[in-house]
Design a protein around this ligand. Structure first.
Ligand SMILES: *[C@@H]1O[C@H](CO)[C@@H](O)[C@H](O)[C@H]1NC(C)=O
Ligand SMILES: *[C@@H]1O[C@H](CO)[C@@H](O)[C@H](O)[C@H]1NC(C)=O
Ligand SMILES: *[C@@H]1O[C@H](CO)[C@@H](O)[C@H](O)[C@H]1NC(C)=O
Length: 368
């Protein structure tokens, strides 16, 4: 009796056990050595990427299952063609992306003409489109045609130990005349929430960070050189930026160290709750700190449609050294647009000339 019952249970359950591995993703390991491997590999929750070349005109696109771990095992390089890109795109939730020090090589020199996305040939832009939550670490990006990372994470994401090396674009070439050949090579363009970018190195010719909108953003322990410094903006109509910490970064050989720029035409927008702490900057060519509501002009007639509040330099000292032709601090607010008291007691700027603070008297703890 007992024996036949066991037999019945087994014969009923076994077919179901055999059917279990049928869902769309499994705990297999998928390996990518060419674009034709991608569709099968993303069905697995471990994806290994070997060295390969992505054919010109194609996006290497990974649409990953929840919880996937990606391991780069070699360098990925992209074929050359004048098209819109992106070159690489990754999406998914709770992803662990391990670059293991490997490189995505955009072969930027093929495209660079000193005009970036504002002219010249069509360039893949952005190079890297990141739409994951989780972590991405230890990835190198070499020679982006134009903007490097565009980040729009669906939930909390930490990017760490990312190296962006566009330094080869500093030199001019036959198409750029006397200008740097690399142009509009923003390091990280962010319109997103709950994002940390840390311990990364950015060598480029434009903004190190361009934060266009978002809340709960941390940018810490990064090194920015060659470009336009760490920027909030440019802020457009209806954009909100709040809860931003910019701390422990090093900025060298850049136009600005720290900047907030809002469009003069923008309406119904705000930037609030920005804390700068423990940043160090040197060899700054134009402005140490610039908060300017007149974009696209620089220190032109400011708009009043973006409210600025709670912009502080607190915690540990932010120390900026500017070059002789530069201004230390410039603040250009629209009438009534900058409000409250801003605690700037942990800001120290040396070199250059003072710069002007207009239409705002709420800065405390700092004098020019
Ligand atoms: C950001 O994270 C917080 C805390 O986990 C969460 O409540 C909030 O919904 C997140 N915001 C967005 C827009 O994802
Ligand atoms: C900025 O400083 C002001 C003035 O001390 C303070 O009221 C405000 O809470 C500070 N904001 C943040 C985000 O720390
Ligand atoms: C103050 O802001 C208004 C616009 O809101 C602008 O027209 C004016 O030039 C500003 N004042 C100064 C001294 O810059």
């Amino acid at each position: 009796m007992a024996l036949s019952l066991v037999f019945v249970i087994l014969s009923v359950t076994l077919p179901f056990i055999a059917a279990v591995p049928s869902p769309a993703t499994t705990e297999c390991t998928g390996t990518i050595s060419s674009l034709s491997d991608v569709a099968a590999a993303v069905k697995c929750t471990t994806v290994n990427i070997n060295a390969f070349t992505v054919p010109a005109g194609s996006t290497f696109e990974l649409d990953l299952a929840e919880g996937t771990t990606v391991n780069m095992e070699g360098d990925v390089t992209f074929g050359e063609e004048n098209w819109a890109g992106p070159l690489f795109q990754v999406s998914g939730t709770s992803i662990t992306f391990n670059g293991n020090g490997h490189t995505f090589d955009g072969n930027g020199a093929f495209y660079w003409d000193g005009q970036g996305i504002n002219g010249g040939v069509t360039k893949p832009d952005p190079m890297m489109k990141i739409k994951i939550s989780g972590t991405m670490t230890d990835v190198k990006v070499l020679n982006s045609p134009a903007r490097v990372f565009s980040v729009s994470n669906p939930a909390k994401l930490t990017l760490s130990q990312i190296t962006i090396d566009n330094s080869a674009g500093d030199a001019s070439n036959s198409k750029s005349g006397s200008k740097s050949a690399g142009h509009n090579t923003d390091g990280f363009d962010v319109s997103s929430n709950n994002l940390t970018i840390e311990n990364s190195i950015i060598m480029n010719q434009d903004d190190c960070l361009a934060l266009n909108k978002g809340t709960n953003i941390v940018f810490q322990g990064n090194t920015c050189s060659g470009g336009h410094g760490i920027s909030i903006g440019s802020i457009s109509s209806d954009a909100t930026v709040s809860g931003v910490t910019i701390s422990g970064n090093t900025i060298t050989n850049s136009d600005q160290a720290l900047r907030i720029k809002t469009k003069s035409s923008a309406t119904d927008a705000s930037v609030s709750g920005v804390t700068y702490s423990g940043n160090t900057a040197s060899n700054i060519r134009k402005f140490g700190v610039i908060i300017d509501q007149s974009y696209p002009s620089t220190l032109g007639t400011p708009g009043t449609g973006v409210k600025l509040s709670d912009i502080n330099f607190t915690g540990s000292k932010t120390t900026i050294s500017v070059e002789s032709g530069a201004e230390r601090v410039a603040v250009n607010c629209g009438s009534g647009a900058c409000t409250g008291t801003w605690d700037w007691s942990e800001l120290s700027v040396s070199g250059g000339s003072a710069g002007k603070i207009t239409n705002f008297s709420g800065i405390s703890g700092y004098s020019e």
